[in-house]
Design a protein around this ligand. Structure first.
Ligand SMILES: *Cc1c(COP(=O)(O)O)cnc(C)c1O
Length: 394
């Protein structure tokens, strides 16, 4: 593995985490095996009880292809540790189980993914974690939520689906003064556009399912941060609870990450052009995209992120009926909840990704009935535009 500070991100995304086998393969090998063998009973005993550096035991604990993925993502985020998980949600589950306990208080952004809200409200609360919500764009409101037992702030920036941008540095300062850690879900930007640890965050969460894979093939997740903070507790949890990343999925994400930098630029360029076009359209009430000067946190976004990213949301005049008409009039775009794919996807958040949370939570998150989210893929911009125009103009 090359030293992380010698190479730029595009190089690290291609060259980090390569451990060639005796066969000298050029492309990363895929180690599809559930367990690993030992030379002797004594060696097996040592590996099980104390652990041997570089010796894998069982793929629930570690696997060479998964390790390669972890090394590469850690390098991209500028961290010295990464633990891969089966999905983005299991990354959030694992880090919360690993670091926190009953009686701890956590503050979650109101603008997080629907399943994240449910995980905290329906499950962690059940085990005695106290859960509070705060607006993503008002750091002072987070300060007011702090209690003596506050241990974690959790934020997504830009948020899904409204692309609200949180001030990572300001939230980190408040969290650290309170003795809490700041966790940032960096799914929308990926490390190609934003590196939250450099902005002051303690831990980065990923859904590798999105831009790291980049072609909508596999589920994956990761927890990234300082070794002394996450490695021990995370490995202990993974080893005993088992939401581990499959080596096949790790391999798919390794191949995806090779093109992460150029894909994120191409997604962003199309998304910006689409957002500008939508903003001029008479049937559109409002466009949410951090790359637009009209975005309320545009200046902050441009300080924290390299570009606006690939996701554009917009309110169509006429509520749910009008929004569904735009969605149902598409022929090219995929009506599906995923994002971060080369294929452009379109969703109605109020009835899909955010359909299972309460109306009050949806209102607090600002997810209205006329809202449409488009995760801009890599098809030609004019074709994406024409597909949306059919429902908007017709
Ligand atoms: C998709 C998503 C997740 C969950 O990831 P999975 O891999 O689907 O479990 C978490 N956070 C954000 C922002 C997401 O978009």
């Amino acid at each position: 593995m090359p030293p992380a500070d010698d190479y730029s991100l595009d190089t690290l995304a291609i060259r980090t985490g390569i451990h060639r086998s005796q066969f000298g393969e050029h492309s990363e090998a895929m180690y599809l095996t559930s367990s690993f063998v030992f030379d002797s009973a004594a060696r097996a005993a040592e590996a099980f009880q104390k652990g041997i550096d570089g010796q894998n035991v069982y793929s629930r604990f570690t696997n060479p292809t998964v390790t390669a993925f972890e090394e590469r993502l850690a390098a991209l985020e500028g961290a010295d540790c990464c633990v891969a998980t089966a999905s983005g949600m299991s990354a959030i589950l694992a880090i919360t189980m690993a670091l926190f306990r009953a009686g701890d208080h956590v503050v979650i952004s109101q603008g997080v993914f629907g399943s994240t809200v449910q995980l905290f409200q329906n499950f962690f609360e059940k085990f005695g974690v106290q859960v509070d919500f705060a607006p993503p764009t008002e750091p002072q409101a987070w300060q007011q939520k702090v209690r003596p037992n506050t241990r974690m702030f959790f934020v997504e920036t830009p948020s899904n689906p409204l692309t609200e941008v949180s001030d990572v540095g300001a939230l980190a300062e408040i969290a650290h003064r309170a003795g809490a850690v700041l966790i940032v879900d960096n799914c929308f930007c990926s490390p190609a556009l934003q590196r939250p640890l450099e902005l002051g965050a303690d831990i980065v969460i990923h859904s590798a399912t999105k831009y790291l894979d980049g072609q909508g093939r596999v589920l994956g997740g990761a927890v990234v941060g300082r070794r002394e903070l996450i490695q021990g507790p995370m490995l202990q949890f993974m080893r005993n609870a088992g939401p581990s990343m499959s080596p096949f999925n790790a391999w798919a994400c390794l191949k995806g990450m090779e093109t992460l930098g150029i894909r994120m630029e191409a997604h962003s360029a199309r998304a910006l052009a689409l957002a500008q076009w939508l903003e001029r359209h008479p049937r559109i009430e409002r466009v949410y995209y951090p790359g637009l000067p009209s975005h309320p946190q545009h200046a902050l976004a441009m300080r924290q992120q390299k570009t606006g990213g690939g996701v554009v949301s917009f309110d169509v005049k006429g509520g749910r009926e009008a929004a569904w008409k735009v969605i149902d009039s598409t022929r090219l775009l995929s009506i599906t909840g995923n994002l971060g794919d080369v294929k452009t996807t379109i969703t109605h958040p109020a009835t899909t990704t955010h359909g299972r949370i309460s109306q009050a939570a949806r209102d607090a998150a600002g997810v209205g009935e006329g809202l449409i989210r488009v995760a801009v893929g890599l098809e030609a911009l004019e074709d994406i535009q024409r597909d949306l125009a059919r429902g908007l103009d017709g």
